[in-house]
Design a binder for this molecule. Structure first.
Ligand code: PLP
Length: 425
């Protein structure tokens, strides 16, 4: 019997022993097409030689040096690579590296709070986020998240956060509304919430540019994030874009926010950053925030033992080099269009597929009982969770996002194949 506290004690999972390109193999020799990169992690597949070599090289030379005594070459190089690739208007900010997306969100929330204090606005201690979002499982990240199932057990111990509507046109746009008018309507909820909470009380607003784990690859309506940016600026609220899942080329641009033409104040990113070769996440803070810090205490009031881990950073440097040398982000655009067309052809008219959506190699199917009314199946018949294990039995890994328990939404299957995936795959 396993001594691991698995996600489900009753589950009997195959043992993954080998990876090759877009495929994983279990101990019995069974082959699986990893069509979701786990949870949108393995963006280079499972055997990228340059990343493996970079990890070997760094671990052999110097695996770890504590950040209160030293910096290290891979983390300096990686920070520079990320800052120069940040959306226009972000400026020469700085980057903090940690081990997971949740940790990056904790760093982002605490940094936003710190900056407000350094600005002399210490009463700004609360956050606004969106329903049906996911920002991680640690207490701060869970508090801003809108995944009701995951929050439920811990409700009493979470931070007070105001949740506004997501921008989710398939479900919530009125028929007589243009996408732009819908985007503006839901963005304006942010201003209403700020005014209701009171002036100078809100530290930051948090949103995923393309929502992943809860509602399946939902990009915002045109103009939504421009409006969000204006509102944040008007009220001194820091805008945190959570690109943990949708960043690092996944949607066809290095950061997903590029496609919105908006620079957030803070970006978090993780999964594709280490591509599964190392656990690593980043929080990028804009030049403007760093200027405030410089003029203030000059010190980050938060630290973790494995910050800027040299081996993890070396892996990420090699991930980005591989993406760019092999022109993989451009490939995401073409392959994403091909995947989308294939899904539309195959399932576009399916009576139980209500919507097919996403950007780049980040695509989802939403299942419904009735396409016209968009009525979902009752909970016990949820398709995605059932499909997950049936597909795995047949050698296909796809990621279900099985609901926010915030109404009836939440029956989606997410596809996020590696950028090296081929038409044959
Ligand atoms: N933010 C988003 C948008 C995510 O999708 C996730 C994980 O799925 C997280 C944060 C948390 O990341 P991690 O699971 O690495 O802690």
């Amino acid at each position: 019997m396993s001594a691991i506290l698995h996600r489900n004690l009753a589950a009997s999972l195959p043992v993954a022993v080998r990876g090759e390109g877009a495929y994983l193999f279990d101990a019995k020799g069974k082959k699986y097409l990893d069509a979701s990169g786990g949870a949108a992690v393995s963006c280079l597949g499972h055997s990228s030689p340059r990343v493996i070599e970079a990890v070997h090289e760094q671990i052999g030379r110097m695996p770890f040096a504590h950040t209160s005594f030293f910096t290290n070459e891979p983390s300096e190089e990686l920070a520079e690579m990320l800052i120069v690739r940040a959306p226009e208007g972000f400026g020469r900010g700085r980057v903090s590296f940690v081990g997971s997306g949740s940790e990056a969100m904790e760093v982002a929330l605490k940094f936003a709070r710190q900056i407000q204090v350094e600005r002399g606005e210490a009463e700004r201690s609360t956050f606004i986020a969106r329903r049906m979002s996911y920002h991680g499982n640690t207490v701060g990240a869970l508090s801003v998240g809108g995944h009701m199932q995951r929050r439920a057990l811990y409700a009493e111990m979470l931070m007070p956060v105001t949740h506004i509507s997501p921008c989710f046109a398939y479900r919530f746009k009125h028929d007589d509304e243009t996408p732009e008018a819908y985007g503006r309507r839901v963005a304006d909820e942010l201003e209403e919430a700020i005014l209701k909470i009171g002036p100078k009380k809100v530290a930051a607003f948090v949103a995923e540019p393309v929502v992943g784990a809860t509602i399946g690859c939902v990009a915002a309506a045109p103009g939504y994030f421009k409006r969000i940016r204006e509102i944040c600026d008007r009220h001194g609220v820091i805008f945190i874009a959570d690109e943990v899942m949708c960043g690092m080329g996944r949607t066809g641009s290095f950061f997903a926010m590029e496609q919105e033409g908006v620079a957030p104040d803070i970006i978090t990113t993780a999964k594709g950053l280490g591509a599964g070769y190392q656990p690593i996440a980043a929080m990028l803070a804009s030049e403007k925030l760093i200027e405030t810090l410089k003029a203030g205490s000059g010190a980050l009031a938060n630290g973790h033992t494995y910050m800027s881990h040299a081996v993890a950073c070396a892996a990420s440097v090699a991930v980005i080099k591989t993406m760019e040398e092999d022109r993989l982000i451009e490939a995401v655009q073409d392959k994403g269009a091909e995947l989308r067309a294939a899904l539309e052809t195959r399932f576009g008219q399916h009576p139980h597929v209500g919507d097919i959506r996403g950007r780049g190699l980040f695509q989802a199917l939403e299942f419904v009982e009735d396409r016209t009314t968009k009525r979902p199946f009752s909970r016990k018949w949820r398709i995605a969770e059932n499909l997950k294990s049936k597909l795995q039995d047949r050698g296909l890994i796809a990621y279900p996002s099985s609901g926010t328990a915030d109404g009836d939404e939440g029956d989606h299957l997410l596809l996020a194949p590696p950028y090296i995936v081929t038409s044959d795959d």
